[in-house]
Ligand binder design. Sequence first.
Ligand code: FAD
Length: 300
Amino acid sequence: MLGASRSSRLKTAVTRAPGTRSVVARFVAGEAEDDGVRVARDLGRTGLRVSLDHLGEFTSDPAVVREATQASVSMLRRLAAEGLAPIAEVSVKLTALGLDLDRSMVLDNAWEVVSAARQAGTTVTCDMEDSTRTDATLDVVRELRTEEPSVGAVLQAMLRRTESDVRDLAYAGSRVRLCKGAYAELSSVAFASKAEVDASYARCLGILMRGDGYPMVATHDPRLVDLGERLVKEHGRAADTYEFQMLYGIRPEEQRALAGRGHTVRVYVPYGKDWYGYLMRRLAERPANVAFFVRALATR
Ligand code: FAD
């Protein structure tokens, strides 16, 4: 499935298949900015926070990079206008903002988004993509933080390097989202088994929770969510010094339950037309999703 996420032939076939829409709707707010805003408002009413992601990645066309930058800026203005900035931030993929094209281009574009967030009164988190881009992504985050320390970083527990990155980033004011990692990686750079990835996640989470930064515990894994809750208690962390994060459409009842227990919970809400790569990664995470997808295609 992860290989399929980069196949343009399969992308065309899947995008055109009539049954795809219902599966997409489970994980994606919709194709328009209005859809993202609507879902943010609805989740906000239930006590959840959101991070809105305008879908798109691995962009090589400067015109598409410009559109992606404008889309995030436009969403941030909208969040301010709708009074949603206190509960909503924006996530960006740096390859959508020109990471693969030119360092000064991605920095200018990321800075435009970060400035819009600052004006709106909210924050930006830079998603992490595959391991060939980890250094470049962290380099951009570091640069943005010199002017805007609230910019969030993402680290992936599956990578062997991450424990060291987590130590570097566990400083005061540093917002760090810890996830398992959603990309196909070589065993030279990443742990291969679920047990190793989970153990790495637990070690990294311990470092973040003991540190002075702001950990963002991004997982649906019940054992790791439990561990997060235990560590919060053990380190006496106040509710505004960390948060849990989950993806739109995955374990929604647990999202509300965690918020009900007094934790800040943020839901990552993707929207936009370029949903193919995101959908393939969600299908890859769970065999049952693939069966659901195949059934949806077969019943149309
Ligand atoms: P898993 O062991 O995969 O899953 C644990 C349980 O959660 C499963 O048993 C199942 O019940 C449920 N579950 C998990 N995934 C699904 C699914 N797709 N459909 C249905 N149920 C599911 N990855 C990156 O590489 N870069 C990022 O920037 C990034 N940002 C993220 C932001 C947030 C808020 C979250 C929650 C995840 C993000 N991810 C990112 C994805 C992450 O790396 C994992 O691929 C994904 O979260 C699945 O791992 P898990 O921790 O939920 O554990």
